[in-house]
Ligand binder design. Structure first.
Ligand SMILES: NC(=O)c1ccc[n+]([C@@H]2O[C@H](COP(=O)([O-])OP(=O)(O)OC[C@H]3O[C@@H](n4cnc5c(N)ncnc54)[C@H](O)[C@@H]3O)[C@@H](O)[C@H]2O)c1
Length: 347
């Protein structure tokens, strides 16, 4: 079947974006993908090795704030999936300006291009995060994030993503544009930049280094395999209702300590490899997703996130892809890592 629809994907060289490209090219012969990515520190064309030669895929190196380039690519597209972002909370605490430049101004630039698109506006899927909802208490396990909650972002990263959510809402309300927003929980899987907890811990252990565990380790996250997230985004792209928000989650809550112990056990290491470090400022205590709306309306459910097998296969991927993470973890990353943890006294 020849492709019938062209998707402009932003951030397709990052963790989730590259998994989205792989999944879409493998499972959706009807789609052609244009990947626009600035190749910041977390963007890596190696993440796309093997699929980048597909005739249905093309890459454009550029910034989502480059209005003429964005307009040209939007004009060619039948829909936009917007994933490009500065994505790491710790970096946003050190310097939040790049987050607002990319996550707010970049989103605004894309929305304007879609509004002015030659031939009329097309569907815009904004990939947001559950972090816009703030934090849930540990002692109220019955509480979960649902789409009707107000946005109560607690980190500069979450604030920049929440601003993007509000821009999307405003463009839908004001210009009647076909915009759908997704809010997903923590992702895990291959090609994740090793500043995020799972690849950081696995690769540290492979280097025989300790793993820095924040605070008391009791913060809870709802873990979802990245391909489950990408399938949910495809479902929203196909069938999401204009102006709606869809939560995406794995119903898989784990404390950071439990996650750390599972990684240690999968790698045959003991708890002496845990290095407690001072907590992240403003560290959200618990995220938990009510994903019943996307299940009910779009028929999406996670199929790849079953724990601990999915975690173990992810650990195995980093063990097997030594040269990928060693290259990624060298250079500028080293300097960042030293700054990040040198400033935190071990507790
Ligand atoms: N990782 C998660 O657990 C998670 C969970 C929920 C939502 N999200 C959201 O999913 C999206 C992707 O996250 P990720 O983990 O893959 O991030 P990532 O940091 O791995 O990738 C981000 C990509 O965006 C590109 N990019 C950044 N600024 C850009 C700009 N100005 N112009 C063009 N490209 C730019 C980078 O080069 C990189 O390829 C983000 O919007 C993030 O907020 C992530």
């Amino acid at each position: 079947m020849p492709p019938t629809k062209t998707i402009l994907l932003t951030g397709g060289a990052g963790f989730i974006g590259s998994n989205f490209v792989r999944l879409a090219l493998r499972t959706r012969p009807d789609l052609r993908l244009i990947n626009l990515d600035a190749l910041t520190y977390s963007g890596n064309l190696e993440n796309l090795a093997g699929v980048d030669t597909d005739a249905r895929y093309s890459f454009h190196h550029g910034d989502i704030n480059d209005a003429p380039l964005v307009q040209r690519l939007v004009n060619e597209a039948d829909a936009v999936v917007h994933m490009a972002a500065e994505s790491h909370v710790d970096r946003s605490i050190m310097d939040s300006r790049p987050f607002f430049q990319a996550n707010v101004m970049g989103t605004q630039c894309l929305l304007d291009a879609v509004r002015r698109r030659k031939g009329g506006p097309v569907r815009f899927v904004y990939v947001s995060t559950d972090e816009v909802y703030g934090s849930l208490p540990l002692n109220r396990p019955e509480l979960k994030f649902h789409e009707g909650l107000p946005l109560v972002a607690n980190s500069p990263y979450a604030a920049s993503k929440a601003a993007g959510d509000l821009l999307c809402r405003a463009y839908h309300e004001t210009f009647h544009m076909d915009i759908v927003t997704t809010r997903c929980s923590n992702n895990f899987g291959p090609f994740q930049f090793p500043e995020k907890v799972i690849p950081l811990f696995v690769t540290n252990l492979l280097e025989n280094k300790k793993v820095p565990l924040y605070g008391d380790g009791l913060n809870v996250r709802d873990w979802l395999h990245v391909e489950d997230h990408c399938e949910a985004v495809l479902a929203v792209l196909d069938r999401g209702r204009p102006g709606e928000v869809y939560n995406i989650g794995g119903d898989n809550e784990r404390s950071n300590l439990e996650l750390t112990r599972s990684i240690l056990s999968a790698m045959g290491k003991g708890e002496e490899m845990i290095q407690p470090v001072a907590d992240r400022p403003g560290h959200d205590r618990r995220y938990a997703i009510d994903a019943s709306k996307i299940a009910r309306e779009l028929g999406w459910k996670p199929t790849r996130s079953s724990w601990p097998a999915a975690l173990e296969s992810t650990v195995r991927w980093y063990v097997d892809n030594d040269s990928w993470w060693r290259r990624v973890k060298s250079g500028a990353y080293r300097e960042y890592y030293a700054r990040q943890y040198a400033s935190r006294a071990a507790v």
